[in-house]
Design a protein around this ligand. Sequence first.
Ligand SMILES: *Cc1c(COP(=O)(O)O)cnc(C)c1O
Length: 351
Amino acid sequence: MISDRVRSLSPYKTETTPARIKLSSNELSLELPEFVKKRLAEEVSRIPFHRYPDPEARLLKEAIAQRFGLREENLLLGNGSDELIYYLSMAVGEFSRGIFYPVPTFSMYGISAQALGRERVEVRLKEDLSIDLQESLRAIREKRPALAYFAYPNNPTGNCFEEDKIKSIAEEVPFTVVDEAYYHYSGKSFVERALSRQDTVVLRTLSKIGMAGLRVGFMVGNEEVVRELNKLRLPFNITFPSQVMARLMLTEFYWLIEEHVKEVVRERERVYRELRRMEGIKVYPSEANFILFKSLLLPAEQLHIRLVEEGVLIRDFSHMVPQCLRVSIGKPWENDAFLEALEKVLKTLDK
Ligand SMILES: *Cc1c(COP(=O)(O)O)cnc(C)c1O
């Protein structure tokens, strides 16, 4: 007896097509030097994994707090920020009231709402990918959602919405979540606002800075909000290896992550410039570690397939944004391979 709520869901989609170069999931291309791997292996080999891990993941929480200049009381850790999105959708407001988010955006806001039987109050972004404030406020006044999600920067579009528009909408809904999964690439944050009020929280994750496989996300919020949401948290939601490895990366080896993040920001600007001068491509500016672009000469699905044939996997988003694809920024050689493959495919069209 599976409910209609669940039957009507579509599973979270991700690209699993095998390819030589994978630029489809906004991961950080992080190649660990041997000595780092050895150090991680050492620590992991000491884990008494017949025991439950620390349910509060205290040492990891301490490392996150120190690394990002936060206090432990303001942190709630999740098995990826995906888990925290579920908790927020469960905890905020009654289920009879909906959840607002501009679209296209990250699919988990809608999936969590639908799974709980909550109305999805979706408002399309404008042609330039900015928030349609008038239409958003109209929808909110009509439907009275209890919660608003903003991905900041937004995925898959790559832009940060205007701060003033987010604040205007936040004034009209009881609770606001600012999902800063790509904070390290934008440098823009609502953390101060979240810490000073009870109606706003920020989500962050280690996934986009080289630790996607560890599944560690965190919420930053007022102590009171953290305490309440913590009651929903599944016990032991951060595995023992994840607690140990993430802590080590944030303390001893964070310099390595910082270097890679800087390189990605540099590469993002280079890839953007290269895409801009390609005929048949319209590219959108990005403050994240990926770029959205439109294919003007070839249907996006076909371009996607042609790139896979060239050994490069990116993400086709044409189901969400007409004719658009999203490419993650990788190491310089990976980005070169993408640009060359794209150029090659486009060239065959001229004739
Ligand atoms: C990738 C992504 C997440 C998911 O992060 P996890 O911590 O890996 O669950 C959340 N929000 C946005 C906008 C993302 O792009």
